[in-house]
Design a protein around this ligand. Structure first.
Ligand SMILES: [Zn+2]
Length: 200
């Protein structure tokens, strides 16, 4: 190798940096947020890996900007496929073709937020427990039992894959609030209500 040329490792590192791509988060009114997303056929494909990287980079930038956020769905960055990236303190995963396979018998009320309308909170009703299955980037099938905030989070993200938003599911009296106003009148822990038996 001639002096001055890059070896493959260096090239890879430069390409990876060049790819670092925080994309624009699509905002309420953008029709792509209303699309029913297509299942991923090959979870191990390079295209899915790149999408996952873009979701991660976009989420990290958005978290800093808005001081919130634990997940992002592919349609929110303009890719109408069934992929969700979750990155909470303890847990991170790229979920391909995620599905909720079961829910428990209790619901809870949540003041939900969304990067696609970051100034608005909507009170929604969610299942308190859920069983989730998805495929990871290695093509491995994963199942998880979710409770409370994680259950609510994944219900929110999976709704995105079907073009459903929190604003479609307002619950109770006065279910919308600008975040800044809500914060004047509530404590952070009031975002999540207690579990209670499902009303049928
Ligand atoms: Zn959202």
């Amino acid at each position: 190798m001639a002096r001055g040329q890059l070896h493959d490792g260096q090239k890879g590192a430069i390409l990876a940096r060049a790819h670092m791509a925080a994309r624009r988060i699509r905002q309420l009114g953008d029709p792509i947020l209303r699309v029913r997303c297509t299942p991923v056929e090959d979870p191990k494909s390079p295209a899915v890996r790149l999408l996952s990287d873009d979701l991660r980079d976009t989420l990290r930038v958005a978290k800093k900007k808005y001081d919130m956020g634990r997940a992002l769905s592919a349609p929110q960055i303009g890719a109408p496929v069934r992929v969700v990236l979750v990155e909470t303190g303890k847990f991170r995963a790229t979920m391909i073709n995620p599905e909720i396979t079961d829910v428990g018998s209790e619901d809870f009320l949540v003041w939900d937020d969304c990067f696609s309308f970051p100034n608005l909170l909507v009170r929604v009703n969610r299942a308190y427990r859920a069983s989730l299955s998805y495929t990871d980037l290695k093509g491995k099938k994963v199942t998880m039992e979710l409770e409370g905030p994680m259950a609510e989070l994944l219900q929110h993200e999976l709704d995105h894959l079907d073009g459903i938003l929190a604003i479609d599911q307002p619950t109770g009296l006065d279910p919308f609030a600008y975040k800044a106003e809500w914060e004047k009148h509530h404590k952070p822990e009031e975002r999540y209500g207690p579990p209670r038996p499902r009303e049928v």
